[in-house]
Ligand binder design. Structure first.
Ligand code: FPP
Length: 266
């Protein structure tokens, strides 16, 4: 089943809009919104430093507000999927204090966010090496995914202990096991079949990849799935990312001429 092809209700701004937001919203072509948006949430550390906090975790905590705002906006716009790079495999090498604080923050978010997710009809899923997470976090994550499993609106995909190379290696292993058991022959392994072995293929490939804080790197995120995604890099630091920034990213996306390697309409 692909959720990517379903266009549901008309986008409506549920939260009151400022004049700036209303103007940006009016400029959007609502018939040409991306279905799946992926975001590399960067700049939490710089946000904390600029405010004089010694610990990056202040930026991560503020970043949770931006996660909430982005999820609401994506739900309001009736997007099918929103994938957020919340914790990479490489992030485990950060100081233990920061890693523990991030996991505590994730636990808190996953518990407190349930009413908000329910209200916005959001289904939570996760990608990555979830077995790396501590047991408590795993349990809370499973519980929130279970509670929201019946929601039919936006799918919010949190990438946790995520690395694209590891995801691809896991999928290759799966394909090899299937070949060994005779379920799949090497000739049957097309890009389409392989794509189905990655995490949450039902989301479809992201149409738009956003990175905040101005860095021009992909950082081992969704390497297979972003083959034809439009890439928008924004100067805003992640904790400051709000609805107008989301709208600006979408407007930038809508100015692109997506040709998927072809020539497009003559
Ligand atoms: C990068 O900022 C961001 C992260 C490593 C973690 C992202 C986490 C959150 C936004 C909050 C928690 C998420 C959820 C879903 C509750 P950085 O520290 O690398 O920033 P810097 O490059 O400015 O130092």
């Amino acid at each position: 089943m692909s959720v990517g092809n379903q266009r549901r209700l008309e986008p409506v701004l549920r939260q009151p809009a400022t004049a700036e937001e209303a103007e940006l919203f009016a400029a959007l072509d609502l018939g040409r919104l991306p279905r799946h948006v992926a975001i590399i949430m960067d700049g939490n550390g710089r946000w904390a430093k600029r405010r004089g906090y010694a610990a990056r975790i202040f930026g991560h905590r503020a970043g949770t507000e931006a996660v909430r705002a982005a999820t609401r906006t994506a739900a309001e716009l009736r997007l099918s999927g929103l994938t957020l790079y919340a914790f990479s495999k490489e992030n485990w090498s950060r100081p233990a204090r920061e890693v523990n604080a991030l996991m505590d923050l994730l636990d808190e978010y996953l518990v407190k966010e349930v009413p908000e997710l329910m209200e916005n009809d959001v289904r939570l899923v996760a990608s990555g090496n979830l077995g790396d997470l501590r047991e408590k976090t795993r349990r809370i994550l499973d519980s929130t995914m279970e509670k929201t499993a019946g929601n039919g609106g936006l799918v919010l995909n949190l990438a946790l202990s995520y690395g694209a190379r590891a995801e691809i290696a896991r999928a290759v292993r799966r394909a090899m096991e299937m070949a060994r058991s005779g379920e799949l022959s090497p000739e049957e392994l097309t890009p389409e079949v392989f794509g189905q072995m990655l995490d949450h293929p039902e989301l479809g490939d992201p149409d738009l990849l956003v990175r905040t804080s101005g860095e021009m790197r992909v950082s081992n995120f969704l390497l297979w799935q972003i083959a034809y995604s439009e890439f928008v890099v924004m100067d805003v630091l992640w904790p400051d990312f709000r609805r107008p920034d989301f709208f600006r990213a979408l407007l930038d996306y809508q100015r692109r001429d997506r040709r998927f390697g072809g020539v497009g309409p003559e």
